[in-house]
Design a protein around this ligand. Structure first.
Ligand SMILES: [Zn+2]
Length: 82
């Protein structure tokens, strides 16, 4: 996570959240990639819900996930000149 910009410039910097899962306990777990989401959900289950930890495989978790909007300013970074 190294961006060559001033950390606290005038621009509000938001993480480009891509996917999220709402845990039954009320916590919304978000990640930029499905792979990271699976890791974060499994970590949350292990820490907060050890009784169900390991009961969900990657596909189960991704089936419960839903997309999150990504800030347009982050999309603009895709227009990198060749
Ligand atoms: Zn939870």
């Amino acid at each position: 996570m190294s961006i060559g910009e001033s950390p606290t410039g005038g621009i509000e910097r938001r993480p480009a959240i891509a996917v999220a899962v709402r845990c039954p306990c009320g916590l919304e777990i978000t990640s930029t990639t499905p792979e990271d989401l699976v890791i974060d959900v499994n970590r949350h289950l292990t820490e907060q819900h050890p009784r169900v930890a390991g009961h969900y495989d990657d596909d189960d978790i991704l089936a419960l996930s839903y997309p999150r909007p990504v800030a347009p300013t982050d999309r603009d970074r895709q227009g990198v000149p060749q």
